[in-house]
Design a protein around this ligand. Sequence first.
Ligand code: FAD
Length: 469
Amino acid sequence: MSLITELQTLLGTAHVLFEGDLSAYEEDWRKRSRGRALCVVTPANTQEVAEVVKLCAAHQTSIVPQGGNTGLVVGSIPDESGQQVLLSLKRMRAIQAIDTENLSITVQAGCVLQEVQEAASQAGLLFPLSLGSQGSCTIGGNLSTNAGGTQVLRYGNTRDLCLGLEVVSASGEIYAGLSGLRKDNTGYDLKNLFIGAEGTLGIITAATLKLYPKPQSTWTALVAVHALDNCVSLLSHCHQALGAQLTGFEVMNQFSLSLVSKHLPQLACPFPNSPWCVLLELSDSESQAHASEQLENLLSSAMELGLASNAIIADSLQKAKHLWHIRESITMAQAMEGLNIKNDISLPVSRITEFVRITDQALQDLVPGVQLVNFGHLGDGNLHYNVQSPPNTPAHVFLDSFEDQINTLVYQKVKLYGGSISAEHGIGSLKVQTLPDYKDPVALKLMRQIKVSLDPLNTMNPNRVILLH
Ligand SMILES: Cc1cc2nc3c(=O)[nH]c(=O)nc-3n(C[C@H](O)[C@H](O)[C@H](O)COP(=O)(O)OP(=O)(O)OC[C@H]3O[C@@H](n4cnc5c(N)ncnc54)[C@H](O)[C@@H]3O)c2cc1C
């Protein structure tokens, strides 16, 4: 019997798609890459995922797991062979349990991030992971990419928010690790192997995640800043003044905000002439009044020190959401503008200013007039350092001529300044060829050994993250 027929018998014909328009599964979010699947399967539960994996292993057919397909490194779509099974977790989106005393929530992997945030909020608690794609990305995808987002400064990456996992291994066994324990030193921490593995070691089917008490009040301010080194000094100033109350610190250069104003005029930046803007968030467990006074004091001292030139504090939840919406719309505005070269990099915060100065100049020397869409989570040393064509140069001409050279230039500078070529988006297939040039060779060897040991047939999202040959 063919694999498709066996899958249909297992899941029902409605849940094995191989005809019609499959672009939602086969095309990546940026619409830069398109693959072709043998079929798309949508299992309903963990047992069905396990059976699909066993069938595929028996047919030596590889599987690409997919959540919301919002990943930015081409890891969640099939390759062009037409031979891979695309396994979508979209039918597995139950909130399984909330334990308010243990401060934890257990959800299926296909749960959309925003649904998890809302479920936590309805229980009077906070699930702090927060990304621009939260309306469509899933917990399984967040774990598999170890997503970052805007709250890492205070709560950590997705990895730091995970207590336990349920995973279907490459052989189709179910690893039942849905523990809500905060302490468990009984050997290797297996969940941390699957987190950030981008589906190359197994399929995450459910997770137990940490919740936090909701802050009593949250205040957001948009601050106009003259230069990037002032943004870095403002960050230190905020750390000193606010400690753990500082929950967000995002930077945006003028050009990135101008793209938002151009494509989404309702989200125009209030400081259009400022070279940089910082969006900062303070969360407080005391009263509203206490937090607002702290923020006002902080901003006036920043102005006195010359770190900020102007600022507005959102005096309502709606205004705060509006400011965050501006920040979160940069990725969409870039997509509306056309293609550009994306670099999701991290550096020690102390070296960011010098890195940007030297790299900006080197890029201008290479392609005069090149435009930099530079924004990111400065609090975590993470920049989305994206490079757009000079005005009047079509994006595809620019990319065809310069993409490889620009990537090499940026990554070499990242290496020089002690950074990482992927801060939060992962490796996928976009950077799989590049990784060996920037990663420690022993780390690569150990990664290969782990991959071969957990997935000996190389059927779990092959040729993503690590190449075996
Ligand atoms: C507008 C926008 C803003 C974004 N902002 C951020 C940001 O601030 N921070 C950030 O880190 N990322 C960001 N991203 C990238 C993306 O949203 C994240 O990487 C997200 O975690 C991907 O989740 P997903 O469900 O869409 O996963 P997918 O794109 O479907 O998959 C991503 C990877 O995980 C694997 N995978 C998916 N589900 C599973 C599973 N259940 N088991 C095993 N492997 C699986 C896939 O095979 C693939 O390799 C943004 C993307 C967009 C479009």
